[in-house]
Design a protein around this ligand. Structure first.
Ligand code: PLP
Ligand code: COI
Length: 344
């Protein structure tokens, strides 16, 4: 179906930011079950002043993108993986979680209600879907809430890193940690993002695109950036990405490992020592928002390791980016079954 009432926006130059859309959907978990949910145009949440999400951080979110294919189909990318990860986050933060069927219903419902905000095929933008799970029941003792809200909002977005698919500089921060190995770094917990804001803000103040964190236990291995996973390419076509108990299991990275293998790279998921940064021929930051952001250079202890000196993405990141986005945008055959159609 063609979208005939598309929002009057300059889709090609959208930032990665929030914009009001028509509808968000909200489900409540109370007395042991999820309700049927409501659609609302309100951007405001009435919240108990003692809600556990406010005081004790019972809050987790997800992020996935929806695209319009050339033939007008509306495609969501790996929605079931996001549902599973929200369930994992909920388990770690002792929250009730929406089962995959409910997660799917909510995403389809909110996208259908905001169809006019889906960016046109080829615009470079996407409809960003942001599921949020919060403890809404009041507690003053530290314990799990007895009530939860699962809310899904959407907003059309452009690239996360200002320049989009063009090189960004990272800086390794050694005096701050994002998440601890036995903590909740694998959860998409709101608190992990508050914890990473200091590093990101300082990195940006110093002229970098993002901070790159090390493992919190030994400070010897690469973990990830504040909002994306990390990978490096070796001179002999290895796709190397950190295995760590404190990073978010990126669905983009999961997909890239499959695609890299398919493209003939040797995929290695293992601890990546800081010293190894010197040996990569290219590096990338990957995530739903970041897609693949090629890394121009990484600064470590005052030394800058330069990967791209001409301001252009390298051939490896370009090959991986093209393979990933062709699938996401419905331009390539979906041989892994990663996209699902939202019937409108
Ligand atoms: N790591 C962090 C800390 C993130 O916030 C994100 C973004 O979602 C990612 C990695 C990438 O994960 P995904 O590819 O599932 O979006
Ligand atoms: C995403 O890529 O979906 C993220 O969540 C990253 C950031 C905007 C928090």
């Amino acid at each position: 179906m063609e979208i005939t009432n598309r929002a009057d926006l300059d889709f090609g130059s959208l930032p990665f930011g929030y914009m009001k859309t028509d509808v968000n959907v909200r489900y409540t978990w109370r007395d042991g079950k999820w309700d049927a949910g409501v659609e609302t145009d309100s951007e405001i949440l009435p919240l108990h002043i003692a809600a556990t999400c406010l005081h004790y951080g019972q809050a987790a979110f997800e992020g996935l993108k929806v695209y319009e294919a050339q033939d007008g189909r509306i495609l969501a990318f790996r929605l079931d993986e996001n549902a599973k990860r929200m369930q994992h986050s909920a388990d770690l933060l002792m929250m009730q979680s929406p089962p995959t069927d409910l997660f799917r219903e909510a995403v389809h419902r909110v996208v259908r209600a905001n169809l006019r905000f889906v960016p046109p095929h080829g615009s470079g933008a996407a409809l960003y879907v942001r599921p949020l799970l919060i403890g809404t029941g009041p507690e003053i003792g530290v314990k799990p809430a007895k009530e939860y809200m699962f809310l899904v909002l959407v907003t059309p977005v452009g690239p996360y890193f200002k320049a989009g698919f063009s090189p960004t500089k990272l800086v390794v921060v050694e005096d701050m940690d994002r998440a601890a190995p036995l903590g909740v770094g694998t959860a998409k917990a709101g608190g992990n993002y508050a914890a990473a804001m200091r590093g990101t803000v300082r990195a940006k103040t110093e002229g970098f695109g993002e901070a790159l964190y090390l493992d919190a236990k030994e400070h010897k291995y690469i973990d990830e950036t504040g909002a994306s996973n990390f990978f490096g390419i070796t001179p002999d076509d290895g796709y190397v990405t950190p295995q760590s108990p404190s990073i978010l299991r990126s669905i983009t990275n999961l997909s890239l490992r499959t695609l890299a293998d398919d493209l003939g790279y040797r995929v290695e998921e293992r601890p990546v020592p800081l010293e190894e940064l010197d040996s990569f021929v290219e590096c990338g930051a990957c995530g739903t928002a970041a897609v693949i952001t090629p890394i121009e250079s990484i600064s470590v202890r005052g030394k800058e390791i330069v990967y791209l000196s001409d301001g252009k993405p390298g051939p490896h990141c370009t090959k991986l980016y093209d393979a990933l986005t062709a699938l996401q945008h419905g331009d390539a055959e979906d041989k892994f079954g990663w996209t699902e159609r939202i019937e409108v």
